[in-house]
Design a protein around this ligand. Structure first.
Ligand code: TGC
Ligand code: FAD
Length: 385
């Protein structure tokens, strides 16, 4: 039995939410899942995936207008669950495109910037990225060195961003920089003189995903490239809330897929003359994994209902990301043990998910940062520095 069915979780969804989940799941099963292990092994994602996912309607699906579907946060979360059940790299592409690049433009951009970029980004005709992390400032973006200086009516940007998902694919990069007036965001189109990207290779995690360094060397931009509504570090941090919310669901998808692989295997693998699913120790593993998946899904759904009601707070997103990612990586590792030697093969998903989840544990705020955010909310005392 499916761990979600065990707790009757599908009955908590509306017909529309169930339909969206099924549509995304069916499309991915047919068009993406058959290829994903090969992409992971090659360390490459085909660029056409952008248009395919645009056609499926998942890019910026929870945003209103400008070619976006305007679905509920719950429906968006369920799509993230199905995307990450295939591979965290596919969900990462969608998170960065919709929740970081498109959200930053939708929330902080001018009308002209929205008109120029959002319809193309929603269709997957253009790709976006979001550059906040720097080589010396990851968890502490307040210290960023990238600087934007006014030169007449223009801005000149210098600095380096690193570990940027979709970086070398991006037609437009949302880049965060310090100015004399505080942190500001800029839209840097591909091909702008002085703007170059370089892919990060040799990754042991998130291999079906493009990760790049962005170098800004005297990049000159007009003031119309600045996101006019972004006036402090709070702007990029608010974008992170959107992507972190998707991860709360995505982690459940990765854990669910790892559970399914282990449960299927346990039902057919015979040792000591019976299926290994018949051993009490295996059943204990399956029970613990199913509980982790089910409780993670309930937490995600609860947070989604709060978000749809306009009541979701950042510390609640931290609770969801911390709990669901740590629990998903434990599930994926436990699932791998049930597969024995086959568990280390790319033919089975659990170890691929566990390796991917190492990145998810770190990006969008490490577990330690989310634990500190909870500590802050619980005690009223910030302990980040
Ligand atoms: P602090 O003084 O607390 O805050 C500065 C201003 O920001 C506001 N703020 C938030 N606003 C909305 N949502 C949040 N979650 C917010 N957190 C803080 C805050 O109210 C304040 O506003 P104002 O108006 O008073 O100025 O800032 P701090 O420097 O003490 O840092 C706090 C801390 C550590 C929580 C923050 O720096 C943080 O979250 N660090 C983690 C960095 C991080 O998550 N980076 C992610 C980069 S993007 C990425 O990883 C994409 S991977 C995507 C993929 O492939 O799927
Ligand atoms: P550090 O901040 O150096 O942390 C190292 C360790 O120290 C961690 O365990 C951390 O929790 C701990 N630590 C730090 N501060 C504290 C503290 N105050 N108390 C206790 N422990 C602490 N960034 C983007 O901007 N855009 C992207 O698209 C993007 N995509 C990414 C894709 C991948 C695959 C990966 C792996 C990363 C991506 N990142 C992206 C970067 C990511 O957000 C950062 O890696 C993350 O914020 C952590 O920063 P860091 O790696 O510099 O680690």
């Amino acid at each position: 039995m499916d761990p979600l069915a065990l707790l009757d979780i599908p009955s908590l969804l509306s017909d529309e939410e169930r339909d969206i989940r099924t549509t995304v799941e069916r499309y991915l099963t047919e068009h993406v899942r058959p290829h994903v292990a090969e992409w992971f092994e090659a360390g490459a994602l085909p660029r056409e995936i952008a248009r395919e996912l645009g056609g499926l309607g998942v890019l910026g699906m929870h945003l209103e207008g400008y070619g976006c579907a305007g679905t509920s946060a719950t429906a968006y979360g369920l799509a993230c669950l199905e995307l990450e059940a295939v591979d965290s790299g596919i969900r990462s592409f969608v998170s960065v495109q919709g929740s970081l690049s498109m959200f930053s433009i939708r929330r902080y951009g001018s009308e002209a910037q929205r008109q120029e970029w959002l319809p193309r980004l929603a269709a997957g005709e253009a790709v976006g990225c979001f550059g906040l992390t720097e080589p010396d400032f990851g968890s502490n973006p307040a210290g960023m060195r990238t600087r934007a200086v006014r030169r007449g009516g223009d801005w000149v940007l210098d600095g380096t961003k690193t570990w940027i998902t979709n970086g070398s694919w991006a037609d437009v990069a949302t880049v965060w920089a310090n100015t004399d007036e505080g942190v500001r965001g800029f839209l840097v189109p591909r091909g702008t003189p002085g703007f170059t990207t370089r892919d990060i290779t040799g990754k042991l995690s998130m291999r079906a995903s493009v990760t790049s360094e962005l170098v800004l060397d005297g990049v000159r931009l007009p003031d119309s490239a600045r996101l006019p509504e972004a006036r402090s570090l709070g702007a990029p941090l608010s974008c992170l809330n959107e992507a972190r919310f998707g991860i709360v669901f995505g982690a459940v998808g990765a854990a669910l897929d790892a559970y399914r692989a282990a449960a299927d295997y346990a039902g057919t693998r015979v040792q000591f003359d019976k299926p290994i699913a018949g051993f009490q120790l295996t059943q204990r593993k399956l029970a613990s994994m199913a509980l982790a998946v089910g409780t993670g899904a309930l937490l995600a759904l609860h947070l989604a209902r709060l978000k749809d009601a306009g009541r979701l707070k950042p510390e609640q997103i931290s609770a969801g990301k911390l709990n669901n990612v740590e629990s998903a990586i434990a599930v994926a590792r436990e699932a791998r043990t049930i597969l024995g030697a086959n568990g280390i093969s790319l033919a089975y998903s659990p170890l691929r998910h566990a390796n991917n989840l190492e990145s998810v544990l770190t990006y969008e705020g490490t577990s330690e940062i989310h634990a500190l955010a909870l500590g802050h909310a619980l005690t009223g005392i910030p302990a980040y520095r």
